[in-house]
Design a protein around this ligand. Structure first.
Ligand SMILES: [Zn+2]
Length: 78
């Protein structure tokens, strides 16, 4: 399900909404209920490959983590 980002010109709030392709766009700002809101370019794919996941995984043990089966020389076996 794609993630859409909306920007409200009234209260300047950015709102992220998960919507199906067939869903109608937001008609009003969820925060101030003003209709002066418009859709921004989707940022979902950028977010997933940006900061977060990968870096956290690496710091927590990298290749020796439970996800790859663990190893006998570190404490990441579970
Ligand atoms: Zn608003």
């Amino acid at each position: 399900m794609p993630l859409y980002e909306y920007h409200c010109n009234h209260c300047n709030a950015d709102t992220e909404v998960l919507q199906d392709l067939g869903d109608p766009p937001l008609a009003s700002c969820p925060k101030c209920k003003n209709a002066d809101i418009h859709k921004k370019i989707s940022v979902s794919s950028f977010r997933l490959t940006g900061s977060g996941w990968y870096e956290t995984d690496f710091k927590n043990g990298g290749k020796c983590g439970p996800k790859s089966g663990g190893c006998s020389s570190c404490s990441n076996n579970s």
